[in-house]
Design a protein around this ligand. Structure first.
Ligand code: LLP
Length: 439
């Protein structure tokens, strides 16, 4: 059921008290969590709608908000997002199928990807989704298909504004070298020519990077591409042509905080900066697209993972638990860049506060040494049967699930703020599902 919520954000994070209280209720709920649920994921659906409604309330009504499916592809979540009357950004044909399965019509789907095949392009053009080409070669393929096929798709091209790298190398895509988009510095003339060559090419797409890209860098990249768009539009005008670039896609990338002591830039602020730097982008001359993922989802999800053992040694203590690099790949492989916060609840879901703190490392269940979620962090006394609550796992965690060691994907539960009702968004994977996967 969709609740009416304020478009203002009521909070930036879910507090540990809130998560513990929901978990307590979930443990008590009938037939919800059983012994086999060694870990469970939770999503606060009210918090998710708050983020989306807040986004919608800030940008012009005509803006097409395409929420990035890769951040959280659960169909039940996509269906929920659909009730909020926004669209989806998909980065592969299977993601497009997921969007369709969740009931999104073509005009509510934007398709990005640097490796679309001819068949995928044909499918997308026939369906009439928004399409962002990633290269000149892809534009030419689209051109060939459109000679033979009718399409309602609106088509743009992704530019790499080459404004440099953010703080996290592997999620930065606007350095001089990037596998995405057409590098602007080298190809200004040819990009212009393509806009003259293809009548149907009416949009520009730019996505500077995800997490680790500071807001000034996002703004710089968007502004550089937007100035170029205005330059091309002036060239059309000076030749008395009707055509203009009318769609501008700013991508996603607004970073979130994974630590309550660091205040993130909120969407209100980001929107104000965009408007201040590029007022014309907010005029009726442009149809804007946004593609936020992490900002929408990250802080709305959390996980509870049961403590199976605690290894207590003279110099260290290790908590052995049930989620590791299978769900938090980034944290294990790139611990310098990625961190989550953790809380501890007892077997009944009561938050452990304890004045005394102990040093622990938190290990996952996988068979490799790097399967460590945190090293030497301070927690209250932890014992077998407790649960570790992993904060802020709403984006790019479940979607990056690794099949290494074939652990089952846990049960996923949705809830609405403080209401009693829980909804199983996805059942725990069964042994048979697992066997089927590898068969
Ligand atoms: N649009 C495009 C074209 C993108 O490539 C992305 C993210 C987004 C939008 C959404 O960006 P967001 O608002 O979520 O930052 N596997 C990674 C995440 C990579 C994000 C890739 N693209 C991770 O380790 O977290």
């Amino acid at each position: 059921m969709l609740k009416t919520v304020e478009t203002q954000l009521s909070k930036t994070f879910l507090s540990k008290e809130e998560m513990a209280s929901v978990f307590r209720r979930a443990l008590k709920a009938k037939n919800l969590i059983s012994r086999e649920d060694t870990a469970v994921l939770f999503y606060d659906l009210d918090f998710l709608s708050e983020r989306i409604l807040n986004l919608k309330s800030l940008f012009p009504k005509t803006t097409f908000h395409a929420i990035a499916v890769k951040a959280n592809p659960l169909v039940r979540i996509l269906e929920y997002i659909k009730t909020l009357d926004v669209g989806l950004e998909v980065a592969s044909l299977p993601e497009l199928y997921l969007a369709q399965k969740a009931g999104f019509p073509s005009e509510k789907i934007a398709f990005d990807s640097p490796a679309k095949t001819r068949e995928e392009l044909e499918y997308a053009l026939k369906a009439g989704v928004w399409l962002n080409a990633d290269s000149f070669a892809e534009l030419d393929r689209i051109g060939e298909i459109l000679e033979k096929t009718q399409s309602k798709s609106r088509i743009g091209v992704r530019l790499n504004p080459q404004v440099g790298m953010g703080n996290i190398k592997i999620t930065s895509v606007s350095d001089a070298f990037s596998k995405f988009g057409i590098p602007m510095n080298e190809h200004r003339r040819k990009i212009k020519e393509y806009f003259f060559k293809y009548e149907w090419l009416k949009g520009v797409h730019v996505h500077v990077g995800s997490q680790g890209c500071p807001v000034y860098l996002l703004l710089e990249g968007i502004k550089k591409a937007f100035d170029f768009v205005n330059e091309i539009n002036e060239a059309f005008e000076s030749r008395s042509l009707e055509k203009r670039i009318e769609v501008f896609d700013i991508g996603g990338g607004l970073p979130v905080s994974y630590d309550v002591s660091f205040k993130p830039v909120l969407m209100d602020e980001y929107h104000n900066l965009l408007r201040e730097k590029m007022p014309a982008l907010f005029s009726d001359d442009f149809q804007m697209i946004t593609e936020f993922g992490r900002y929408i989802h990250a802080n709305t999800g959390w996980a509870a993972s049961r403590v199976e053992y605690v290894k207590r040694e003279k110099d260290y203590n290790i908590i052995m638990t049930h989620l590791g690099a299978d769900m938090l790949l980034r944290v294990c492989y790139n611990p310098d860049d990625w961190h989550h916060q953790f809380s501890v609840v007892d077997k009944d879901g009561n938050l452990k506060k304890g004045e005394d703190k102990f040093s622990y490392s938190i290990a996952g269940p996988l068979c490799f040494a790097g399967d460590i979620l945190a090293r030497d962090i301070e927690l209250p006394y932890v014992e077998e049967g407790d649960f570790i609550i992993i904060h802020d796992i709403g984006a790019y965690t479940l979607s990056m699930w690794s099949r290494y060691n074939s652990r089952q994907i846990p049960k996923i539960i949705g809830y609405h703020g403080s209401e009693v009702d829980f909804e199983i968004l996805k059942k725990r994977e069964s042994e048979q599902d697992l066997i089927d996967f590898w068969t």
